[in-house]
Write a protein that binds this ligand. Structure first.
Ligand SMILES: CC(C)(COP(=O)(O)OP(=O)(O)OC[C@H]1O[C@@H](n2cnc3c(N)ncnc32)[C@H](O)[C@@H]1OP(=O)(O)O)[C@@H](O)C(=O)NCCC(=O)NCCS
Length: 335
């Protein structure tokens, strides 16, 4: 018996507090004009003190469950993709499991940076399609604001907080997830990292003084890799789905920088009208960017039943990935 994966519903959560580009002028030498033209970002949301990744992941998950008409104890598996977990351990997914009271669910995190949601989706669909689990909750959630150095203009203006969740269910019919392609190259690890706090460099007074518990990035190097690997992921995922790029209705790339997205779209032959975007108002939300952009585009009524979506990710690791999704309903999304 072979099974497929269907998408039941989506949920999202964005913090209430909005920070526009002018906010950063008090901390670093930057301008709204530089940020808008070099990144495409106008504003982003940050969580308030006391709110952790598991809190916003749980809020997104609750909405996804509601839209899927399911109770938390009907979920068999929770995967949280995040680069900003609550703690090194236990996993954020276990904390979400507790908060949701999803008593039946196995739970674990995936660490694949901004590609995390695609990695998590691929992983959950394998469990579902081999028959081990019937329903999974896949969440991308980040509180990047807690890990940015407000004195580092090359990173602080880029990031935003948010969470997106998707409920998947086993089906006897055709899978909505038509293909996956995943890749990684650890030689890129040093160019986008959070250096201290792990076993390699445990937290100490010195690591804090040197600000090694904040995100460090070589932006222009990451930029070039992101373009190259998202293009590769797009070509591979489409080929594996047995499709031609011309048949894809929507390109849904990770939202890091509008110039990265334009470059990827142009190389894959997509006009910008066929690209789904959210970064102008939410910034780079890492593993949350794909489900957040999908939710927003569904609310805007852009995506129709039967549309083919090409999801692309690139992030710390380096990691990258692509997936082809045939949209079909969710139960709910345009309500
Ligand atoms: C970070 C990023 C916006 C920088 O844009 P860029 O065109 O590559 O710019 P560069 O890094 O070459 O920097 C150009 C200049 O702008 C400066 N600059 C960087 N950030 C700035 C800011 N916020 N405001 C003003 N100037 C800034 C740099 O210091 C540099 O100045 P210099 O020439 O005097 O040294 C871009 O590389 C990027 O988006 N990279 C990917 C980032 C990302 O989101 N990664 C996460 C995972 S995918």
């Amino acid at each position: 018996m072979s099974y497929g994966t269907s998408v039941l519903g989506l949920g999202s959560y964005l913090p209430e507090d909005v920070y526009n580009n002018f906010y950063f002028e008090q901390y670093v030498e930057t301008t709204d004009e530089w940020i808008r033209t070099r990144t495409g970002i106008r504003e982003r949301r940050f969580v308030r003190d006391g709110m952790a990744t598991s809190d916003i992941a749980t809020l997104a998950a609750q909405e996804a469950l509601k839209k899927s008409n399911l109770k938390a104890d009907e979920i068999d598996l929770i995967i949280v993709a995040t680069a900003t977990p609550d703690r090194l351990f236990p996993s954020t997914a276990c904390t979400v499991q507790e908060k949701l009271r999803a008593k039946k669910a196995a739970a674990f995190d995936i660490s694949a940076g901004c590609s995390g949601f695609i990695y998590a989706l691929a992983c959950a669909s394998q469990f579902i399609e081999n028959g081990l689990f019937q329903r999974a909750l896949v969440i991308g959630a980040e509180t990047l604001s807690k890990f940015i150095d407000m004195k580092d203009r090359t990173t602080c203006v880029l990031m935003g907080d948010g969470a997106g969740a998707m409920v998947l269910e086993r089906t006897d019919g055709e899978s909505q997830l038509l293909s996956f392609y995943l890749g990684a190259d650890g030689t890129g690890g040093q160019y986008l990292e959070l250096p201290a706090g792990g076993s390699h460099l445990p937290a100490s007074l010195e690591t804090v003084e040197k600000k090694l518990h904040y995100i460090k990035m070589d932006g222009s190097l990451v930029f070039k890799w992101a373009v190259e690997k998202m293009v590769l992921s797009g070509l591979e995922a489409t080929r594996r789905a047995g499709l031609d790029l011309k048949e894809i209705d929507w390109l849904l790339p990770h939202q890091a920088n509008i110039r990265i997205i334009q470059s990827v779209a142009s190389r894959l032959g997509f006009p910008m009208e066929k690209v789904l975007l959210s970064l102008e108002t939410i910034g780079n939300t890492s593993a949350a960017s794909i489900p957040l952009t999908l939710s927003q585009s569904l609310r805007e009524g852009k995506i129709k039943d039967g549309d083919l979506l090409l999801l692309l990710g690139f992030g710390a690791g380096f990691t990258w990935g692509g997936a082809v999704l045939r949209w079909s309903g969710g139960k709910n999304e345009r309500e």
